[in-house]
Design a protein. Structure first.
Length: 355
């Protein structure tokens, strides 16, 4: 993860590796999102994005036009982040579980410690290079069986939109590249910067669920309620409360068992996993935008105690809440500021839905 940027810091260099058969949307989204990230309160770019190919020149796309790429693989040498896009050319080498000469040579130029990410089936190239062995990864749901067959040493999660293994990240279909790029910006520079990027490009700062919701499934029988969306929306408005699984299920007039099953089908996560993620996101916002002590943030996001918040924060982000605040807190913040005061809010009785 790049360190917090100082006012004079150089932009973090992102190299985007493209090959014949690239999808224009994948190439465009990486550039658009990273280039939209600005240091808070300034117009200073936080990232420098360059595109490179195995051989400079015209690169075929899966559309009816090529793109001209001026840089070759030497652009990978000094990058802090490398993003490998998918190729939709038939018979791409990594679809046989191997890297050909030029692609292997390109990967050899990536210096140790560089963050490497993939969009869509770009994960095949990362796996063929051995970067995903023993790690969790995802790819487009249509390619999961081939991926499992070719790379049994990789722990494939076909339900999520993206995975983060620290220095190696993967995303599902091309639009999931948006989710992954925003996640990297959020990890690098905090939720406020990522939210500004999302607003400027008119996309949600965090998309609910995983790609499980996009996999074709049998049409529900007439009269069945197939959505848990109303319960999720209600839970987001009451994250400070100790929510129980039974309470959420009742809001959809479902049994707990049916609700849990449909929730996982629609979102790709269990209710506990989803709530934990939403609570952590709200905690990050409060740590960045308010001066509330950690022990005061915890009950406002449903973790109850500061110790519980610290435990979840460390497990999910690898840092303490105080360290996160020191890195990402707005410099001009009023120490007593609270963007969402609710003096009448009191926890409701019941079992807290937490891990």
């Amino acid at each position: 993860m790049p360190p917090a940027a100082s006012p004079t810091a150089r932009p973090h260099r992102v190299a985007v590796l493209v090959r014949h058969g690239v999808m224009p949307m994948e190439l465009g989204l990486v550039h658009q999102l990273f280039r939209a990230a600005r240091a808070p309160g300034t117009d200073r770019p936080l990232y420098e994005v360059v595109t490179c190919a195995l051989t400079p020149g015209l690169v075929r796309t899966d559309a009816d036009f090529p793109v001209h790429v001026a840089l070759g693989p030497e652009a990978l040498d000094g990058a802090g982040t490398v993003v490998v896009l998918a190729t939709h050319e038939p018979n791409a080498p990594e679809t046989d579980g191997r890297l050909d000469g030029p692609l292997a040579d390109a990967f050899a130029r990536i210096r140790p410690g560089t963050r490497v990410a993939s969009v869509c089936t770009g994960a095949f190239a990362l796996a063929a290079a051995g970067l995903l062995d023993g790690r969790r990864a995802t790819t487009h749901w249509k390619s999961t069986e081939d991926f499992r067959r070719l790379f049994p040493a990789v722990t494939l999660d076909p339900d999520v939109l993206y995975t983060d293994e620290g220095d190696v990240l993967t995303s599902a279909g091309e639009a999931a590249g948006i989710d992954l790029t925003l996640h990297m910006i959020r990890c690098d520079h905090g939720a406020a910067v990522a939210n500004d990027v999302a607003r400027s490009t008119v996309v949600p700062p965090h998309r609910e669920g995983g790609q499980a919701q996009f996999i074709p499934r049998p049409v529900p029988e007439p009269g069945q309620r197939a959505s848990t969306g109303a319960a999720r929306a209600w839970a987001l408005r009451h994250l400070d409360r100790p929510l129980s699984l039974r309470e959420l299920a009742e809001r959809e007039a479902m049994s707990v068992r049916t609700f849990s099953r449909r929730f996982r089908e629609e979102v790709g996560l269990t209710p506990v996993q989803w709530l934990t993620q939403r609570r952590l996101e709200r905690a990050r916002q409060l740590l960045e935008e308010t001066g509330l002590p950690v022990d005061a943030v915890a009950p406002r996001v449903g973790f109850g105690t500061g110790a519980s918040l610290r435990q979840h924060f460390q497990a999910a982000l690898g840092v303490t809440p105080s360290a996160y605040r020191a890195t990402f807190r707005a410099p001009d913040l009023d120490p007593g500021a609270d963007p969402d005061p609710d003096p009448d809010a009191t926890p409701a009785p019941g079992d807290r839905l937490t891990p």
